[in-house]
Write a protein that binds this ligand. Structure first.
Ligand code: 2P0
Length: 330
């Protein structure tokens, strides 16, 4: 197929993740270093499959997402870093498929850039530790640094000027404490304001952005401890608070970032009603209108039924915790 030096193609799969302690805002926009750390769970049911082929026949990098050609954007940043490390001067074709709606607050950039980092590294024939892959994925999208790992993962904000200490690492294996997430899809369309643009606006204009950054380390300490203690009530309470603090700085951005719709708000109340009835379930919401409910696997069917009954909820998807990003063929 026109490649030299062997077959420079590899395919990788990475799963989406949902932050329980949220990230929003950057310490360094160029290196894409987050201003705060974050803690997430990787989701088995939502994944991206990405094939990278470095090819002598290409004049430019190409990105194909769910069958359609797209602007290469930050994909080129990741490819350039891989080319630099591998001493490679070939353009690449990137073919990526999501098994869920893209760009709708379901963290397609997390699974997408994690799959890209792993596939591009393998295609170029170089070795990378999971930590190096996490730093590489972060250059595409900060949340992608977390999708390099399965189960529970923490992304460090770090403090070094070059961003080398801003990587994710595993906190706990998913098998050690299985949880489920029920995603209520209230609008499968793409969001109108990207996360990158949204957080730039928030850091520039929300009066609560500084307090958000300053309170993050204490929240991370508490979340980490609660996860290691397998304490769902505390994890859930902290996750809801982190979500609502995130949306507080979004709502007080100028112009305001209002990602919720009526069904999102109905979902919040439904989760609280289930909890008042004795079911341990907790909500979280990202930069989009979908609601994610965290619960024990044995309660997922009841949570899914309650959320699916809300007018405006188009579909629910239930997921257990997923594995790390990996090469699936080379
Ligand atoms: C998170 N989100 O921690 C937060 C909560 C959405 C809300 O990380 O600019 O796609 O590419 O680094 O990682 C979404 O932001 O943004 C995100 P960039 P990213 O999951």
């Amino acid at each position: 197929d026109g490649t030299i030096g062997g077959d420079l193609t590899a395919r990788a799969r990475a799963h989406s993740n949902i932050a329980l302690a949220k990230y929003w805002g950057k310490r360094d926009a160029t290196l894409n270093v987050p201003a705060v750390g974050s803690i997430s769970i990787t989701l088995d049911a939502l994944h991206t499959d990405t094939t990278v082929s470095f090819d002598t026949g290409l004049a430019d990098d190409e990105l194909w997402l769910d069958g359609r050609e797209q602007p290469v954007g930050k994909v080129a940043v990741v490819l350039d870093l891989v080319r630099e490390r591998a001493g490679l001067d070939l353009r690449a074709r990137v073919v990526s498929e999501n098994n869920f709606p893209t760009g709708a607050g379901l963290a397609s950039s997390a699974s997408g850039f994690a799959a890209l980092a792993v596939a591009a590294t393998a295609a170029a024939g170089i070795e990378a530790t999971p930590r190096e892959s996490s730093v590489l994925a972060r250059r595409g999208s900060a949340s992608a640094a977390r999708s390099i790992f399965g189960g529970y993962a923490e992304l460090h904000a770090g403090s070094s000027p070059d961003g080398s200490d801003s990587f994710a690492e595993p906190l706990l294996e998913g098998e050690a404490w299985p949880l489920s997430v029920v995603v209520a899809i209230t609008d499968p369309g793409p969001k109108t304001v990207s996360s990158t643009a949204g957080m730039q606006a928030t850091s520039a204009s929300s009066p609560f952005y500084r307090p958000w950054v300053e309170s993050a380390p204490a929240g991370l300490d508490r979340m980490r401890a609660a996860i290691l203690a397998h304490d769902l009530e505390t994890v859930g309470e902290l996750a809801e608070h982190s979500c609502l603090a995130l949306h507080s700085i979004m709502l007080t951005t100028r112009p305001a970032l209002i990602y919720w719709n009526a069904a999102t708000v109905a979902g919040i109340h439904a989760v609280r009603a289930l909890r008042a009835g004795g079911l341990p379930v907790y909500f979280t919401i990202d930069a989009g209108p979908q609601l994610k409910a965290l619960c024990r696997p044995e309660d997922a069917a009841a949570v899914s039924a309650a959320l699916a009954a809300i007018p405006g909820v188009a579909e629910t998807r239930t997921s257990t915790l997923g594995p790390a990003a990996r090469v699936v063929s080379k």
